[in-house]
Design a protein around this ligand. Structure first.
Ligand code: BT5
Length: 332
């Protein structure tokens, strides 16, 4: 289906020109009905396509969404994003891949324009309105022991960061373990979920949510969330972001499999919003406070307590302490 719509888009060219439906029927070898149906579908995906009974069709506006018609031509990846699936609306892209992990190959990716049950860690809600944000999940099947799977959250964070920097959002930084911030506000969050046997990972789904074009946050997020549009000062396309992330995750993941986490960690440390700052870390059993140090080569956060005791933390929720955060605008 995406093939015919891609052909229709190709026939419409860069827009501006009217193309008669008779010409499309002839050039594409499909029925007039099929052209009509695909044009309707493309409009549903956010393309502006004008039609006139006499003149045919004209492309007035491309979509800003992460549709396959726009993402596929930008993909340079070998494994990640193959196949690439898209839904205008879904419950959750992570749930989708988790429930089909056996049937789909490693690298399969699914994106949506809206989620009705978008989730963060600990079943928290991920605000997922329609209109040009990105909700993207990727299925990975590394044959590694389960304790290594959380590292993939950092591998994904590094890929997202590289993609954002390449798009001109140089100030994007990483907040261990799974947030991407811009000037202290959350631009993107990563949820890594695993299905495993006792000694080997069966599947890991890495889900990435990014605010791209929607700034109308609910009151609870107004001060803590930000969109890429605000960060860049201009609208951005979810398809360019999706392709950028998938292409970079392809190399980041291959590097992780070959050499471990070191390269990803190097980038995350270079752009860490925590390094050197006073933080409180909620652990599964209790809370510690101290100065956040580097992320270690195995993906732990080093925390140095006031008495000099050093602790490497494997997982947890980090809050910057007010005194240190205030001067640098951190709000999460
Ligand atoms: C995360 O969780 O940051 C991981 C978010 C992962 C979402 C993606 S979207 C594609 C895939 N499918 C899914 O269903 N999920 C993944 P966590 O660290 O727990 O942060 C959640 C918290 O971030 C919430 O409690 C809010 O405070 C805040 N939040 C919710 N929606 C947000 C948004 N759109 N932008 C910024 N902050 C948000």
């Amino acid at each position: 289906m995406a093939d015919t719509s891609s052909q229709i888009l190709a026939a419409l060219g860069n827009g501006g020109e009217w193309v008669s439906s008779a010409r499309m029927v002839e050039d594409l070898g499909v029925s007039r009905m099929a052209v009509c149906k695909q044009v309707r579908r493309l409009r549903g995906l956010g393309y502006g396509i004008a039609s006139s009974p006499r003149r045919g069709y004209r492309l007035a506006r491309r979509t800003n969404r992460a549709v396959p018609e726009e993402v596929a031509p930008l993909l340079r990846s070998r494994v990640i994003g193959r196949p690439y699936l898209y839904f205008p609306e879904i419950d959750s892209t992570n749930l989708y891949l988790r429930s089909r992990a056996d049937a789909l190959p490693e690298g399969a990716a699914v994106a949506a324009d809206a989620q009705t049950r978008g989730r963060g860690r600990f079943q928290r809600e991920w605000f997922s309105p329609p209109g040009g944000n990105l909700y993207l999940s990727v299925l990975l099947k590394p044959a590694v022991p389960p304790f290594l799977a959380p590292q993939l959250s950092l591998v994904a964070a590094a890929a997202v960061l590289r993609a954002l920097h390449a798009l001109g959002c140089e100030e994007a930084g990483a907040k261990w373990p799974n947030d991407i911030l811009w000037r202290g506000r959350k631009l993107s969050g990563i949820l890594c979920e695993m299905d495993a046997e006792s000694d080997v990972v069966r599947a890991v789904v890495v889900g990435i949510g990014m605010n791209i074009n929607i700034d109308a946050f609910p009151s609870g997020l107004k001060r803590t969330a930000v969109s890429l549009r605000t960060a860049l000062g201009r609208p951005a396309s979810a398809h360019a972001v999706a392709a950028g992330i998938l292409n970079r995750l392809d190399t980041e993941y291959a590097t992780w499999r070959r050499d471990g986490l070191r390269e990803s960690v190097r980038l995350l440390n270079r752009h860490s919003v925590l390094a050197g700052r006073e933080a409180a870390v909620e652990l599964p059993h209790g809370k510690i406070r101290g100065r956040a140090g580097e992320i270690t080569d195995t993906g732990m956060l080093r925390v140095i307590a006031a008495d000099g005791a050093v602790r490497d933390v494997a997982s947890g929720e980090v809050r910057l302490c007010r005194s240190a955060a205030a001067g640098r605008g951190a709000r999460t």
